[in-house]
Design a protein around this ligand. Structure first.
Ligand code: ATP
Length: 270
């Protein structure tokens, strides 16, 4: 089971240079996660505990996973990822056991960054805890809190959680000593979008007529993941046309197409 749901990467290949438009967030992650891993003695000497858990929240595809991977890369820590939804199981005790395994794997791979995506799946405000499924989810969360409360603050394991549903979270996980550092990861503004376009076209053979300022202006409301999709799609347009150079028009067509797909999806889900 372990191998299936837990992904362990030794120094993932994402760096801070790959992330656009999140300067402040990067700064905060570095202070709260990187510093304690790199220079634990600082905290020891000063006599304060670094935050045990950092929570990243914001819309999908804005770079939360990338931030967690970049900090693991920077500190040469292993990156252990698990999705909250994978911790939700039918069988009693299974979720709690997976949480214990998660921390055990982290200890075996120290220094380590544990990344729990979709934390809301196990840490939602109690709706109706009478049903047995909810009680099991509750137990899983209690185990997570116990692991967090239990481990040595100055140890070599840091925990980062992420959610798109901040409003749904159980306040218990936000208490001091748990996920008490909250970092909002919003969609990029226009400047951020320009940088993200540049990042994702770094290895692309783009023509001189491509105007990143205009692209950033056009892609209003796009997330980093959307921008990446536009770049890939622009490349596809060139290939379909049997070209190896990508023109501005390819990006415009790609944006059209991606927006069309997004609106088709909302149609379907309605
Ligand atoms: P989710 O909430 O859906 O898990 P997330 O916020 O964790 O999303 P990531 O997995 O970090 O999003 O981003 C998905 C992809 O989108 C990245 O691999 C990257 O290609 C691109 N991307 C997202 N945000 C950025 C950004 N700020 N800078 C550069 N690329 C980005």
């Amino acid at each position: 089971v372990r191998a299936r749901v837990m992904q362990v990467e030794h120094s993932p290949d994402v760096t801070y240079e790959d992330i656009g438009g999140l300067e402040e967030q990067m700064q905060e992650v570095r202070e709260t996660v990187e510093m304690p891993l790199d220079r634990p003695e600082m905290f020891e000497k000063v006599g304060i505990d670094p935050p045990s858990g950092v929570l990243l929240y914001g819309p999908p595809g804005t770079g939360k996973t990338m931030l967690a991977k970049a900090v693991a890369n920077q500190t040469n820590a292993s990156f252990i990822k698990m999705a909250g939804s994978e911790l939700v199981h039918k069988f009693i005790g299974e979720g709690a056991k997976l949480v214990r395994d998660l921390f055990e794997v982290a200890r075996e791979n120290e220094p380590a960054v544990i990344f729990i995506d979709e934390i809301d799946a196990i840490a939602s405000k109690r709706t109706d805890s009478k049903t047995s499924g909810d009680a099991e989810v509750q137990r899983t969360m209690m185990q997570l809190l116990a692991e967090m409360d239990g481990f040595d603050e100055r140890g070599n394991i840091r925990i980062i959680a992420a959610t798109n549903r901040f409003d749904m979270l159980d306040p218990a996980i936000l208490r001091p000593g748990r996920f008490d550092r909250l970092i909002e990861v919003p969609k990029p503004n226009e400047d951020g979008r320009e940088i993200i376009f540049q990042i994702h076209t770094r290895k692309m053979n783009v023509s001189d007529d491509v105007d990143f300022v205009e692209l950033a202006e056009m892609a209003d409301n796009a997330s980093g993941a959307d921008i990446k999709a536009v770049c890939t799609e622009a490349g596809m347009f060139a290939i379909r046309d049997d070209r190896t150079e990508i023109y501005m028009q390819d990006f415009l067509d790609a944006w059209e197409k991606i927006q069309q797909e997004a609106s088709d999806e909302t149609e379907v889900s309605r």
